[in-house]
Design a protein around this ligand. Structure first.
Ligand code: NAG
Ligand code: NAG
Ligand code: NAG
Ligand code: NAG
Length: 389
């Protein structure tokens, strides 16, 4: 680019960034966002459900240090994908369904712009089912079916007060997932055998599918269903399966090949099921959220996205990947990095705000939603809020 042109171009870009700052990307597209899932999307439910005196990581410093400047129950240093999605649509951050004030009157709360049922640690399968295989959920007994029950309970009350509740649901973006990843997170490190874990995939997808269908029957019209992340790149798994077999690792990224292939297998079956549902419910738009590839590009070209550390967690209890299951981020014996925006991984299992931001950008602007989320709502046509990057 010629220097003069490039100066003018950057001046225009700066101007666009200044103007673009207040204007969200998909303003007016959806009236609300409704979210189901686990810690990737939880904006406070798990924290609010804990009995007093039993804090969890996400309720302790340094969680929240980058954006909210205090812990909010989000498992990151700042905003999550769901927060960026809400902001992109010109909507406020999603309220957790479980209130901070215990026993708050749900019917008197305002969820008109969004509500979040996602709970950190939640599974797609019921805890009682997993326990039959000797797999225990150390964090919560909430599964996707409980979240669906909460939604139905809330929606019934909401419909009593709002005669246009069906239209409301039709103009909401519903996000089901990511969910199911915790079954794998628990099962692998609790020593379940590989065949058993593989047999869960179909059950998990069956329950995700069941939930989507229930929501569509209630009136949902736009559903985004994210797949699993490249779990073979998480410090949590990299330290658990650390070994000297070079062939187990991808030479380009250092990630564990077999675990990433497992995520891809889950994602393939999920996409097949979504295809089947599209045939059954042609009036609904079911979009696949390709978290796997939206995240994979960060491992493949970290410098391009501003990362200097990809496989070491920013916050953790030491070791080659800065992950130590006896010294989680926020424990006294853990430490956190100065600049989380240079790290992909926040605490070894969850991502930094910087990484979540790129994943969200990839969903809106990149090729990582199918069908592309920006074509679903015709008013989503402007460039993703560039000032954010
Ligand atoms: C909850 O709030 C609704 C609406 O404000 C009210 O009608 C209802 O009586 C309240 N219920 C309780 C148990 O306080
Ligand atoms: C799947 O979901 C249904 C309905 O929410 C629930 O009743 C069932 O127990 C779930 N199955 C498993 C194995 O968790
Ligand atoms: C979860 O555990 C709590 C406390 O033990 C119990 O009250 C609740 O019914 C359980 N929920 C489910 C979905 O199992
Ligand atoms: C992990 O943390 C525990 C508890 O602080 C500590 O005793 C242990 O040495 C740590 N392990 C490594 C590999 O750093």
């Amino acid at each position: 680019m010629a220097p003069l042109f490039s100066t003018i171009a950057s001046a225009i870009l700066c101007l666009a960034l200044l103007i673009g700052h207040k204007k969200a990307y998909g303003d007016g597209c959806y009236r609300s966002v409704i979210s189901f899932g686990d810690s990737l999307a939880d904006t406070g439910n798990l924290l609010h459900m804990r009995p007093p005196g039993t804090p969890i990581q996400s309720g302790r410093w340094p969680y929240g240090k980058t954006f909210f400047h205090h812990p909010t129950g989000r498992f990151s240093d700042g905003r999550l994908i769901i927060d960026f999605i809400a902001q992109s649509l010109g909507l406020p951050f999603l309220e957790p369904f479980i209130d901070q004030v215990k026993n708050a009157n749900t019917s008197s709360r305002d969820f008109s712009k969004g509500v979040n049922f996602a709970v950190g640690g939640a599974t797609a399968l019921d805890v009682s089912f997993l326990e039959k295989y000797g797999i225990f959920n150390p964090l919560t007994n909430i599964s996707l079916s409980t979240q669906l029950d909460w939604f139905k309970e809330y929606f019934a009350i909401f419909c009593q007060a709002n005669s246009d509740c069906k239209t409301f649901l039709q103009t909401s973006l519903i996000i089901v997932g990511e969910i199911g990843g915790n079954e794998y997170n628990y099962a692998f490190v609790q020593g379940a055998n590989r065949e058993v874990i593989e047999s869960f995939v179909i059950a998990i997808i069956g329950n995700i599918s069941f939930t989507i269908q229930e929501l569509i029957k209630l009136g949902a019209r736009t559903v985004m269903v994210p797949g699993n992340l490249p779990i073979g790149c998480l410090p949590y798994y990299l330290s658990y399966y650390e070994n000297s077999e070079e062939k187990e690792y991808d030479p380009k990224t250092g990630c564990l090949n077999w675990l990433n292939r497992f995520s891809e297998y889950h994602n393939e079956l999920l996409q097949k099921e979504l295809n089947r549902l599209r045939g059954l419910y042609p009036h609904a738009t079911i979009t696949y959220g390709d978290y796997y590839n939206a995240a994979m590009r960060l491992y493949l070209s970290p410098i391009k996205y501003g990362f200097t550390s990809v496989l070491r967690a920013c916050c953790g209890g030491g070791g080659p990947y800065n992950f130590n299951a006896s010294a989680w981020c926020s424990y006294l014996s853990s430490t956190d990095c100065d600049d989380p925006s240079k790290y992909v991984s926040w605490d070894g299992i969850h991502f930094t705000e910087a990484a979540y931001r790129w994943i969200a950008q990839g969903l809106f602007e990149g090729p990582y939603t199918n069908p592309p989320i920006r074509t679903v709502c015709s008013s989503i046509s402007r460039t993703y809020e560039l000032s954010e990057y």
